[in-house]
Design a protein around this ligand. Sequence first.
Ligand code: PMP
Length: 304
Amino acid sequence: MEKFLPIAYLQNRFLPFEAANVSIATHALHYGTGAFGGMRGLPDPQNPNQILLFRLDRHCQRLSASAKLLQYHLPASKIQETIIDFVQKNKPSTSFYIRPFVYNSGLGVSPRLHNIEKDFLIYGLEMADYLPPGGVSCRISSWYRQEDRSLPLRGKISAAYITSSLAKTEAVESGFDESILMNTQGKVSEASGMNIFIVRNNTLITPGFEQDILEGITRDSVLAIARNLGITIQERPVDRSELLIADEVFLCGTAAKIAPVKRIENYELPTHRPITTVLREKLIAITENRDEQYQDWIFKVPIH
Ligand code: PMP
């Protein structure tokens, strides 16, 4: 059962989570006319008087861009201020996840983005590991990742998550932990809520933005860390067969962090994962404020 943070933000005010409710006729509930963000925070293990938020600026920029795709003008600075306020009001004492959401809050039928009220809300929940840290098994989904020409994939649009939901349930109900989706070109795109990387011959490879992926902030962080470690990187299309013979495969996202893949369909992957391990440990050290090199990725919120 989820443990929600006690204070939520809805319609420009903070209120108890239980009291933060919307009407059953809310447009976004019916048409998926919303977009969300998702970021992690944790109390600083070195200083109990501050909360660490990972790449707050990037998360706010992406949500502002998603809002723009919904014809909602919401500056990243406004999102950032509100998130800081939200964290200060909640004072979380364990690792947590913040879910900011922009949506058509107006009521009634007729799918549209114009002439309808919008809102920006936030809630949070406590969150430990999202996927088994020892390695996940993946099914290749029978559902395909959407194309940018029918759904704006640069935003985290709610409606897109029907495909993620179909894929995840298909995978879990057939005995796997996660699903990997191909795009309509038959190339590897991403997992249900994570980007994907493979390693072949010491090269770190990930599908590029033209492969209908979400512009993941963890993906961006992994690429920067790998570059700084001198690891060879390729952003390019990945075939299904490359997944099956890769030396290492991992999924990455805010909730999952870096999750090694141990099996894809009926193909076992090697358990020796030197590049995944080094990237995973580095990313965790950065988020826990144990790494001097990436201080600008950590936003510190003082709490008293
Ligand atoms: N792809 C999808 C479909 C996602 O939902 C997510 C999670 N936000 C990601 C990739 C990873 O993105 P991020 O690293 O920004 O969390």
